[in-house]
Design a protein around this ligand. Structure first.
Ligand code: HEM
Length: 392
């Protein structure tokens, strides 16, 4: 299959493909996927180098022509990203998170009040709903309530269309595939809602002589109030892109994390009981507040272990800006690198019994840190037209 490479396997089961490639070909493997060829990095040291020690050697390469997220934080690059990140950072300050916590707890309480013992609920649907309510309220305050149905539907359509776009691996960007058409329709609906909210908030700020956006505690208020070093704020388009990025970033991820935690707890009643006991002991009949979290180590371990086994984001990518080196291999400029949380989290070199759900591994240092594979034990890239070249 010289044209599509491993694309059919990728469309069928990307997790199995990535895991199989890593286990068979080692920590650095090249993978032909349709028009693209990417290298899969599967050793934490190499992944750390890309994300921490040599960040300037890599772009994200996601592309800000993405019709859904635009040039929000996830897609943007270099100096522009750094400037946006500096402006947005205060919205994620610990004090702000504490303010958002009240919304999270209230929405969680409203959700569980609807549940009754013995009832069957679709946990995924419920988690999507509650995390959408939380991200909407922390981001736009009450503004979105009126449109929340439209937002939920459009977001869902856009996420489905974007994730069902396996065809984009072989077809050029200008081909109007059904998935791309669906994305356009969904994005137009979301744009209408979000740009409408931004316009209404700006109008209210103009009318409000008492200080405008700086008084708002929601994310949109923070984004509107953000100023760069020259004192300029963001354009409506950039505000839209940042908001559109934070929406799915904060909605689908947390929903996935919670859904899989429920699934695992349903399969492990002993874990569920131990967690309930810990929560009961610390909270009694009180509502959760952020200060409780440090006193809930077992509950925290359950969530960590759920995200280890079912990482809500299972892969991230980077592109080499110039010729560089990773894991003992020369990486030519332009090479696309994929790094999969799923693959690393299930690697027996780094986690004992990696397929078992054992929250205790996160308590008291019982989990094993990785040992570096020696360069000679690395098998390197040999899939398809492999291009990885070991350094001498
Ligand atoms: C369990 C929950 C979450 C997981 C697993 C998760 C995972 C990730 C990952 C893997 C990235 C890096 C993507 C890349 O650079 O290629 C990322 C970036 C980001 N996430 Fe999350 N996320 C979660 C929750 C959230 C929430 C709740 C928000 C906002 C309310 C959020 C906002 C962002 C933003 C803005 C970025 C881009 C940061 C930057 O590049 O400066 N995430 N997230």
């Amino acid at each position: 299959l010289p044209v599509v490479g491993r694309l059919p396997d990728y469309v069928r089961d990307p997790l199995a493909l990535f895991t199989g490639v890593a286990r068979r070909y080692g920590d650095v493997a090249s993978l032909p996927l349709g028009r693209m060829s990417m290298w899969l990095l599967s050793h934490p040291d190499d992944i750390e180098r890309v994300h921490v020690h040599s960040v300037r050697d890599f772009d994200k390469g996601y592309g800000s022509d993405d019709p859904f997220l635009g040039s929000g934080l996830v897609n943007s690059e270099g100096e522009f990203w750094r400037q946006q990140r500096r402006m947005i950072q205060p919205a994620f300050h610990q004090r702000r998170i504490q303010a958002y916590a009240e919304v999270m707890v209230r929405r969680g309480r409203q959700l569980t009040d609807r549940w009754s013992p013995g009832a069957v609920v679709d946990v995924h649907a419920e988690m999507m709903e509650v995390t959408l309510a939380i991200i909407s309220e922390t981001m736009f305050s009450a503004d979105v309530t009126r449109d929340s149905g439209a937002v939920a539907m459009a977001l869902d359509m856009a996420l489905n269309a974007a994730s069902g776009a396996g065809e984009s691996g072989i077809l050029p960007a200008w081909v109007p595939t059904p998935a791309r058409r669906r994305t356009r329709v969904a994005v137009a609906a979301l744009d209408e809602v979000i740009l409408g909210i931004i316009a209404a908030r700006r109008a209210r700020d103009v009318a409000d002589a008492s200080g405008g956006t700086s008084g708002e505690v929601d994310l949109l208020g923070m984004l509107l109030a953000a100023r760069d070093a020259e004192g300029s704020g963001m354009s409506d388009r950039q505000l839209r892109d940042e908001a559109m990025t934070i929406f799915p970033a904060g909605h689908e991820t947390t929903s996935n994390a919670l859904t899989f935690a429920f699934l695992l707890m349903s399969r492990h009643p002993d874990v569920r009981r131990a967690m309930a006991e810990e929560i009961q002991g610390v909270l009694g009949d009180d509502d959760l507040v952020p200060d409780h979290v440090a006193r809930l180590p077992y509950t925290t371990a359950v969530l960590k272990e759920s995200m280890r086994l079912y990482p809500p984001v299972w892969v991230v990518a980077r592109r080499a800006r110039a010729d560089t080196e990773v894991g003992g291999y020369r990486v030519p400029a332009g090479t696309d690198l994929a790094m999969s949380q799923w693959v690393v989290h299930r690697d027996a070199r780094f986690y004992d019994e990696p397929d078992r759900f054992r929250p205790e591994r996160w308590l008291g240092g019982t989990w094993r840190t990785g040992t570096r594979a020696t360069p000679t034990s690395r098998s390197g890239a040999v899939l398809g037209s492999a291009s990885a070249t070991p350094l001498p």
